[in-house]
Ligand binder design. Structure first.
Ligand code: HEM
Length: 160
């Protein structure tokens, strides 16, 4: 997997801007997913625990099972930040993670909305410090993650 073509300056911007977020990942992850449900409400029914669908985003956002998913997402982003200089080591894991999401009915296109929601959360956290350079760096990092996950779509093989 490519490092997404991130320069060392971009890698530094990513690491610095993640520090504040990773100090309280759940809080920031909830901002990300609340935005996702605003932008693409159709993904809400994909989250089902014990076959139970949530009737509102608020109900979903306060469920312990869903909050575990939020934590998992933030851990994956954290791993991408940690390995921003060499994302190859995450390639197989991410492809398999993509496969798992295909299996639960997620469309690759929805990951773009997750990306927009990620940028929204980062901007909320940093305000004007989240300038065009930081935004560009994050767009590259997130695209590299989605690219690796999308290798899992429609490719037979390992899931569990
Ligand atoms: C539209 C967006 C998404 C939907 C609808 C979705 C849905 C799901 C569902 C239903 C599961 C299985 C139940 C669970 O573990 O809670 C799951 C698992 C998981 N998701 Fe997502 N997800 C989305 C985005 C993401 C993103 C962006 C990441 C990370 C970058 C991610 C990381 C994970 C991880 C790490 C697991 C656990 C996989 C395992 O059990 O090995 N998800 N997701």
């Amino acid at each position: 997997m490519e490092s997404g073509g991130l320069s060392s300056t971009e890698q530094k911007l990513i690491r610095e801007s993640w520090q504040q977020v990773s100090a309280s990942p759940l809080e920031h992850g909830v901002v990300l997913f609340a935005r996702l449900f605003d932008l693409e409400p159709d993904v809400l029914p994909l989250f089902q625990y014990n076959c139970k669908k949530f009737s509102t985003p608020e109900e979903c956002l306060s469920s312990p099972e869903f909050l575990e998913h939020v934590r998992k997402v933030m851990l994956v982003i954290d791993a991408a930040v940690t390995h921003v200089d060499d994302m190859h080591c995450l390639e197989e894991y991410l492809a398999n993670l993509g496969k798992k999401h295909q299996a639960v009915g997620v469309k690759v296109a929805s990951f773009s909305t997750v990306g927009e929601s990620l940028l929204y959360m980062l901007e909320k956290c940093h305000g004007p410090a989240f300038n065009v350079n930081v935004r560009e760096a994050w767009t590259k990092l997130y695209s590299a993650v989605v690219k690796a996950m999308s290798y899992g779509w429609d490719v037979p093989g390992k899931v569990e």
